[in-house]
Design a protein around this ligand. Sequence first.
Ligand code: ADP
Ligand code: MG
Length: 400
Amino acid sequence: MAEYRTFTNDDAMRFADEHSGLFGDHSKLSCEEFGDGNLNLVFRVSNDKGSSLIVKQALPYARCVGESWPLTIDRARIEAEVLLKHRKLCPEHTVEVLHYDAEQAAILMEDLKDYRILRSELIAAKQFPHLAEQLASYMANTLYYSSDFALTGPNKKQQVGKFLNPELCLITEDLFFTDPYCNHERNNIHSGIRAEAQQLWHDEVLQAEVAQLKADFLSKPQALLHGDLHSGSIFINDDNCKVIDAEFGFYGPIGFDVGSLLGNLLLNYLGHFGLTADAAARETQQQYLLAQIETLWQQFSRQFSALMSSECREPALQNSLYQQRFMQQIWADSLGYAGCELIRRTVGLAHVADLDTIGDSAVRGQCEAKALKLGRELILQRHSLSSMAQMLTLLRYQQG
Ligand code: ADP
Ligand code: MG
C-alpha cells in the first residue's frame, strides 16, 4: 500500500484480505470499527464462514483527545514488535500478530472473540481460577528472557535501542509520576476527594519516593516491558488469558509491569466496596482477588528465580546472593509502581471503570480515598514490607 492514510472499513478489509489466507475467493467479507480504546482504530473483518481477524491502526494523534494531541504512528511498530517478541517468549499468553505494515501503521492479528476483557469481567465479579498463575508465567518468561540474565551485553543494548519509544514513555512519565502530584489541568478529580487529592500536591515525603520511582522508570532498562499491563490489556476466558496492546513497550524496570498488574487488581478489590452491594458476595470476590494477588507474586518470583538460577549465561550474574537481592528489589519496585497506579488512576487523566462506575457518589469518594491512602502507603513502605503476607496485612488493616 502507498502513503499512510486513515483506514476506512474497506481499507481494513482489503488489508486483512491481502495479508491472510483466511478469506477464500467465494467468501464475503464484512467489517466494523469497534475499538473502545483510547488511542487507535480497531476493526473486525469477518467472512461469511465465521472466521475473523482484527486490524488495528495507529492514528497520528490520540483518539480520545483528537488531532490536538499528535502522537507518533511508530507506536504500531513498537506494539507489533513487542507482541511478536513476547509471543516467542510466552506463546500461550500473547496475542498472535499475523502481519505488520509500517507505512500504514497497521497490525493484523488474531481475533480473541472467545475471550472477554479482564477489567469488565472483574467488575462483574467473575472469577478465573488460573488468572494469577497464567499472568505470572507471562511476566516471568517475557521479562526474564529479555533481561541481562538471558541476553549478551551487545544484544541487549541493540534491543534497548530498538524499543526506546520516547513519545509513549513521555505519556507515562507525565501521567504516572508528575500530574497527580501537582495541580495539573489534565487531572480528573472527583469532587468527593478534592481535599485528599490536594494533599498529594504538598506531600514532599511522598513526592521524594515518587521521584525515585520515576528516575528508575527513566533509567533502569532491565527488561522489555509490556508497559501498559492493566486489566484492559488482558483478554480472558475460563481456560486461558492473552495479553494485547503493547504500544507502551520499552526497556524499563521489571517492577513496572508487575506493579501495574498488582495495582489494577487492587483497584478492583477497592472498587467492590462500591460495586457489590451484597456483603457476602463482596467478601467472596475480594477474597478471590487477594488470593490471586498472592499467587501472582509467589508464582512470578518463584519462576523468575528458578530461571535466574538455572538459565543465566552471564557468569557474574549467577551469584545467588545477588539474585536474591535482585528479586527483593523487583518486589519493592512492584509495590511502588502499584502504589503509583492506584493514585494516578484515581486523580489523574485516565481513570478506571472499577472506580468510575460506582453509582453512589459518596461511596465512590470513599473507595477513591482508600485507593489514595493505600497507594501512598505502598510507595512509602515498599522497602519495609518484606513479604506479600505483610502487604496483605497492611491492606486488611487499612480497609478496617
Ligand atoms: P488502544 O490501544 O486504542 O487502547 P486496544 O488494543 O486496547 O486499543 O483495543 C481496543 C479494544 O479493541 C479492546 O478493548 C477490544 O475490545 C478490541 N480488541 C483489540 N484487540 C483485539 C483482538 N485481538 N481481538 C478482539 N478484540 C480486540
Ligand atoms: Mg492502547
